[in-house]
Ligand binder design. Structure first.
Ligand code: BGC
Length: 431
């Protein structure tokens, strides 16, 4: 059995790490949210009723490996949340796993809702504000088999889940985002592969194969979907989901989180503005009526007709993205200007085995956040992706985004120097 001691054995080591805080510390606004994020399917393990579990176990699956036990966060959340608090963070962003809570349409599991009440209670006990994502990519199997986000009744289905979950959990939720990155399918349509196809087109070509393998002609998941059909429904799902949450608990601040690259024009003929309007435009417009807007940025994209590959000689991370922490400052400024509402950085991070590069990435990304604050851009929080190394979707467990390492055999957690680095900044609320 894993004991708390086993899990926390490396906290002391990490506390001794980088003496990065100089005497001339730059203070952040009072009440600034400092956190780390996870998503249910990526950390909980055994998410059997989800569409992803189904896809991971198909013959010739597009996933490098199945999610399996993942980080067993479903059972180990008390340790993980306590550790997050001990490191100095005041916010935990995590997702409710819709497929656990509503494993069949209209059947809501009280036991699973109780599970998430315990997760929320663990946050409060650790002095940590819970920021809850109602849907982070995965959906219940039944929902995917019925056509997922491609169907016009999808927003209504999602809103019912939001309503039920908020009735059971709302009194304990600090901040809510309806959907995580509903613009992803549209964004993938701009990313080119060496063969000239976009990632979106490649995914589109796999969808009929998946449907055939499953014997389910309507199957559609979050990513394996026709983005042209899902985008308008996801937009309505955000609006109806927000309404449902607010109808039960009007006091919960609600927003949506978008995947945003720092789009830079390759030349004067660049389609950068067209890309921004198509991918982010509808959600940025909707966010004008929200309580805050979640920015999720990892790198930049140099846009010509489509996104170009990263510049030659640029440093690449494990996911093949350019090491470019300044991207965050640019997307924050863009999103703040377009939405006019407070900005929350709900994800930012880097996949690397070299934790010193993570420290450097965080240092430069936060310097950018600091410059935004200097210019009176209303940034309310910085939530790092990710609390721990986890299941990076189709890439499996190889990319390491975590502040905390996880041994998948023993489930032992080891705090990395970057966790102590960011945790110390959080504790001091100063750079
Ligand atoms: C997603 C996470 C993912 C991360 C790194 C974001 O797009 O919300 O689930 O792990 O990026 O790829």
């Amino acid at each position: 059995m894993i004991t708390r001691r086993d899990l926390l054995s490396s906290v002391a080591t990490a506390a001794a790490v980088p003496g990065i805080l100089s005497a001339a510390a730059k203070p952040f606004p009072k009440g600034f949210l400092w956190g780390a994020a996870t998503a249910g399917h990526q950390v909980e393990g055994n998410n059997l009723n989800s569409d992803c579990w189904l896809l991971e176990h198909l013959p010739e699956s597009a996933f490098a490996e199945p999610s399996g036990d993942a980080c067993d966060h479903y059972h180990l959340y008390p340790h993980d949340i306590r550790l997050l608090g001990e490191l100095g963070f005041n916010t935990y962003r995590f997702s409710l796993e819709w497929s656990r809570i509503e494993p069949e349409e209209g059947f809501f599991s009280r036991a699973e809702l109780e599970h998430y009440r315990r997760v929320l209670a663990a946050c409060h006990e650790a002095g940590v504000t819970p920021m809850v994502t109602y849907s982070h990519f995965t959906v219940p199997r039944w929902f995917a088999l019925k056509g997922g986000w491609e169907k016009t009744d999808a927003p209504g289905r999602f809103a019912k889940f939001c309503e039920r979950a908020t009735r059971s959990l709302g009194d304990m939720i600090g901040y809510a985002t309806t959907l995580n990155e509903p613009d992803v399918a549209a964004l993938l349509g701009w990313m080119s592969l060496p063969n000239g196809q976009t990632i979106g087109q490649m995914i589109g070509s796999r969808l009929p194969v998946i449907r055939k393998q499953l014997g389910a002609p309507d199957f559609s998941s979050f990513v394996f979907a026709d983005g042209r059909l899902t985008l308008p429904n996801l937009l309505r799902a955000h609006m109806q989901g927000k309404e449902a949450i607010k109808a039960v608990r009007s006091g919960i601040p609600v927003g949506v989180s978008l995947a945003m690259s720092d789009d830079q024009p390759a030349s004067s003929g660049s389609r950068v503005e067209e890309k921004r309007a198509a991918v982010y435009g509808p959600f940025l417009e909707a966010a004008r009526k929200d309580d805050f807007f979640g920015v999720q940025t990892y790198t930049r994209a140099i846009v010509a007709e489509k996104d170009l590959p990263p510049p030659k000689d640029s440093e690449l991370t494990q996911t093949g993205w350019e090491f470019y922490p300044e991207a965050l400052e640019h997307t924050i400024r863009y999103a703040a200007q377009k939405t006019g509402v407070p900005i929350m950085v709900t994800e930012n991070g880097i996949a690397t085995e070299d934790d010193e590069r993570r420290v450097e990435y965080i240092r430069r990304a936060l310097a950018g956040v600091g410059r935004c604050l200097d210019d009176h851009v209303d940034v309310r929080g910085y939530i790092h992706w990710s609390l721990m190394d986890n299941f990076e979707w189709n890439s499996g467990f190889k990319p390491k985004f975590g502040l905390i390492a996880v041994d998948l055999n023993t489930q032992k957690r080891s705090v990395k120097p970057s966790a102590a680095f960011l945790g110390n900044i959080a504790r001091r609320n100063a750079l």
